[in-house]
Design a protein around this ligand. Sequence first.
Ligand code: TYD
Length: 252
Amino acid sequence: MTTSREQVAPCYDYLVPKVIAPGKFITFEGLDGCGKTTQIERLATVLRGGGIEVLTAREPGGTEIGERIRAVLLDSRTAGLDPWAEMALMFASRAQQTAQVIGPALKSGKWVLCDRFTDSTEAYQGGGRLLGSEPVLELHRVLCHGLWPDLTILMDSDVSHSVQKARRRNRIASLTEAPDENRFERESRAFFTRVHEAYLKIAEREPQRVVVIDARPPAEAVHPEIVRAVRERLMAENVSARTQSQLSPKGV
Ligand code: TYD
């Protein structure tokens, strides 16, 4: 006999590893301004060159509904947003994108490269906003059905770099009076220090999933490190010889 909950439960069969969900899920994490976007584009180019179908995504956002949630979350005119409401909105966007985009893509065999995922919520809301890790992990379990990345690239950069970038953007925004796109970049050094520490704790807790890459060198030097991590962690089985050679050190 099934319970009514079971009867209405949708089928999240992309959660079943390998056989049903042959795609790979890679997330990029780090402080604002650490260079994730550039590295995602570069890795996508390499993977596509090796014949892999790649989908890139970002959070918050990535769906029509998610982009509307993103606009509310990042607009610096959004005042008085309670930290718990902020976390709920991050998960609302993620739940939509997981169900509508990421899950189906993985199920169809695509590799998904996502700019931020639940580690961002654990670092920014759990660490930065002091809400703690436990509610984040619990919401992830319920709302994202426990879908975790196969690999997370944590791009480790200096807090001061992030704060500087934030100040620069705020100065430009105040000169132009245009709404800036990142409410988080108004945060203090103490906030970003907590975010940074929370990220490092996640990496320490889950070394099998999270690889820490030094993001301070120029982008050209960071890229081969990321390719190496992908090759070592994900390319051992199940990938064509062409892709293997594309990802070999000389192919970088
Ligand atoms: P974005 O402009 O995409 O910044 P970046 O290019 O650095 O990723 O803004 C996303 C902001 O949202 C960023 O400051 C981090 C924050 N954020 C959270 O606080 N919690 C989350 O769960 C996510 C996904 C992002």
